[in-house]
Ligand binder design. Structure first.
Ligand SMILES: Cc1ncc(C[n+]2csc(CCOP(=O)(O)OP(=O)(O)O)c2C)c(N)n1
Ligand SMILES: [Mg+2]
Length: 710
């Protein structure tokens, strides 16, 4: 007998799942009732009756309502089933129900063109995902975190998308997706397409800094992005009275020199027409615009929230505004659909939901282990054009590398603060704007996080960004964008995020705690980033060029003290693969001395002036850290000393020592040593700064002590 698959029966037939048990063979066996008979693909999907018309086409009401209602109903039903599965433990994390928001989600996304426009959606845009390309089956798989989920179970719930089709996968941090849409739309248009952006934020998320940064960026750079604010009166349990103090969130548009509008977000037609009008206007005059959709949230913030903070009166008022019944009525009113027609449409959707669930339940769990190859994308070229230059300073090597990259790669662009006419704070970008133009060497407003998001978004549509932080210290502004968003992008989406990030760093210049940090320790804590720390002009050139061609976010630390005080030749043979290795400066048999950044020079000088045979190394590639040549050196010398400029807990010295010891504790003849600054903020006055800063003298002193003990 065919299994009974009518709506509701599947979840009802499921056993309660203990939260500690993940879905496995045993559970699948219990699901025998939903056998393969359920797996026929539904002919009605994708929902094309009538076909959804994308911008610049526009639907009339009789065509709009069947499409809109079908999607809204599908979204509501599918999410209801996911909530049931959450209750029973099959869905992990949570479900942030879109109930009440479907009109806004459908109306805003229907004119947008999948694969052409740049879109980022939020946690109440389930219907918009379905409209822009996700299938119900994929959505269920995502929530069940199985092997077929769009993120392969690597991210959960609403944190997904389709980067290959410009529906950028969401991260949790509200506001952070907005700047990606600005950068993506900017880059898509730069490469010759008439693309538009759609980015979504809630009333709560509108208080984040990135909301402001993104609107400002889009306005300054004239990028036509529609910023939809879904105002459902609450941010989790916080009412809008505690969130902002203006009349309407769309009024903020004035501050960015753009237009803004507030509409009824529970009326799908009103949202749809407002979005079509906004797209028409953005085509005429490419500027961003704010569309505030006043909507409702019919459930708690998420599956675990009973929303006891919402009064019954409020609930009743919102229930009346539920967009689903009102759209259903309009479907019947404008399309001549009778009740039985509507019911059979709903039955078709219910069947679609059921089929997606049944199919998803048969999918295997994702396979551990997760390897490094799933974190880093491969495929950078093996070799590029060679390059030579005689007697250049480190800062000039930076300039040559950037010039080389911009010259040979039309999709590359350089951005940051004052990189244009001024040539960047340390003059490393001098003249680049004259040689490559203001559309490739681009000054940004002061918004490091927004700039990083902009670059990440641009990288998704084929642009190749190079971002300079004016000082490494300001990179902390972009910790989420770079450390959590860009770094995990490939892991979550399967699409590389090629970014070259430059960090002028380090102390010794009397600049105090906010302009002297290196931050290689901080950035090494984020999986998915590559870190390079060159110390000579040759290394600087190589690091920048290899980091640029690599398909991952690569950070190059450029020590400011070395910019104009170190010189040497550049002889780059074009072999990119051989760049990614530790560097040895002297050979020796008594001690392995490891140094980074400006400490390399101090270490070499100490090694040259001491009576012992010291082998000086620079790991150069700080992440992923491969210490095998350094371990081999210690095997020969039996002694290890690491010198870092920053305080003991801030750098990578401890990690280097730990890795060498763990590789083979027997190779050490004596205790390994770390030379570092004291663990205090970098002080300003020269006497204070130099007091604890390692120098060739202090290194020499420690070398002598260590070797005297032999
Ligand atoms: C930066 C950040 N802080 C906190 C959270 C936790 N969080 C997730 S959704 C949410 C409420 C968002 O409210 P709103 O922007 O109004 O969207 P809504 O949920 O109402 O649709 C909060 C606090 C988060 N995701 N990101
Ligand atoms: Mg809200």
């Amino acid at each position: 007998m065919a299994p009974n698959l009518d709506t509701g029966s599947l979840a009802a037939s499921l056993p309660e799942l203990h939260p500690a048990i993940c879905l496995a063979g045993a559970t699948l066996a219990q699901l025998g009732a939903v056998g393969s008979a359920a797996l026929k693909p539904h002919p009605a999907y994708p929902l094309s009756s009538p076909a959804v018309v994308r911008f610049p086409g526009r639907l009339a009401k009789p065509e709009f309502y069947p499409a809109a209602y079908t999607l809204m109903y599908l979204s509501r039903r599918l999410e209801a089933r996911l909530l049931e599965l959450y209750e029973k433990g099959y869905v992990k994390g949570t479900v942030t129900s879109s109930a009440g928001n479907e009109a806004a989600a459908v109306g805003m996304s229907m004119p947008y063109r999948p694969g052409k426009d740049i879109v980022s959606l939020l946690h109440r845009d389930f219907a918009a995902h379905l409209l822009l390309g996700a299938t119900p089956y994929q959505m269920v798989c995502q929530y069940m975190a199985n092997a077929d989920s769009p993120t392969h179970g690597r991210e959960g719930n609403a944190h997904h998308g389709d980067a290959n089709n410009r529906r950028l996968p969401m991260i949790s941090h509200l506001g952070k997706m907005l700047s990606l849409v600005v950068g993506g739309t900017w880059a898509a248009r730069r490469h010759g397409g008439e693309a538009f952006g759609l980015s979504v934020i809630g009333d709560g998320g509108s208080s984040t800094g990135e909301f402001h940064e993104s609107l400002n960026l889009a306005s300054v750079h004239k990028v036509p992005v529609l910023f939809v604010v879904q105002n459902n009166h609450y941010s989790f349990s916080t009412p809008t009275s505690a969130q902002y103090n203006c009349r309407r969130l769309s009024d903020r548009a004035q501050g960015y020199g753009i237009s803004g509008r507030t509409i009824d977000g529970t009326d799908a037609w009103e949202v749809y027409t407002a979005v079509c009008e906004a797209l028409d206007a953005m085509r005429e005059n490419p500027l961003p615009t704010i569309l505030e959709c006043m909507t409702v949230r019919l459930h708690g913030h998420a599956a675990y929230d009973k929303a006891e903070y919402i009064t019954q009166q409020q609930r009743d008022r919102w229930q009346v505004r539920d967009p689903l019944p009102s759209t259903r009525r309009k479907l019947q009113e404008f399309c001549g659909r009778g009740e039985s027609d509507t019911v059979s449409l709903e039955a078709m959707v219910d069947e679609e939901v059921q089929s997606a669930l049944s199919k998803a339940f048969l999918v295997a769990r994702p396979k551990p282990p997760v390897k490094r190859s799933s974190v880093f994308a491969s495929s950078s070229p093996a070799a590029v054009k060679p390059y030579q230059a005689k007697k250049v300073k480190n800062g000039t090597a930076v300039n040559h590398a950037l010039d080389y990259i911009l010259e040979n790669n039309p999709r590359a662009f350089l951005t940051g603060l004052d990189v244009g006419t001024y040539g960047s704070a340390f003059k490393t970008c001098k003249g680049l704007i004259d040689r490559h133009g203001a559309d490739r060497v681009i000054d940004m407003p002061i918004c490091e996080s927004g700039t990083m998001g902009f670059a990440l978004g641009a990288s998704q549509v084929g642009a190749e960004p190079i971002v300079e932080f004016q000082f490494a210290d300001f990179s902390t502004e972009a910790v989420t964008q770079l450390g959590l968003n860009a770094a995990t992008w490939y892991f979550r989406s399967g699409r590389p995020a090629p970014l070259l990030v430059r960090l002028p760093c380090g102390g010794g210049l009397t600049m105090g705690a906010f302009h002297s940090g290196e931050f290689e320790g901080l950035w090494s804590r984020f999986t998915g980033l590559k870190l390079l720390y060159p110390a000579t002009p040759q290394e600087t050139f190589e690091a920048l060029v290899a980091g640029y061609y690599d398909r991952n976010p690569c950070l190059v630390f450029e020590h400011k003290l070395l910019y104009w005080s170190t010189s040497g030749d550049i002889d780059f043979d074009g072999d990119l693969q051989s760049v990614w290795r530790a560097r040895r400066y002297t050979e020796g048999t008594d001690l392995t001395l490891v140094a980074m950044g400006a400490m390399v020079r101090e270490a070499i000088s100490a090694a040259e002036s001491c009576p012992y045979s010291v082998e000086v190394w620079n790991p150069f590639l700080l992440q992923p850290l491969d210490l095998s040549p350094i371990v081999e050196s210690v095997r020969k010398t039996g002694r290890l000393m690491v010198v870092q400029e920053c305080g003991e807990t801030q750098g990578l010295g401890d990690r280097i020592i730990s890795l060498v010891v763990r590789a083979d504790p027997a190779i050490l003849r004596c205790r390994p040593e770390l030379i570092s600054a004291p663990d205090v903020p970098i002080p300003f006055a020269p006497e204070l700064e130099s007091y604890g800063r390692p120098s060739n003298e202090s290194i020499l002193d420690r070398i002598e002590k260590m070797l005297r003990e032999k």
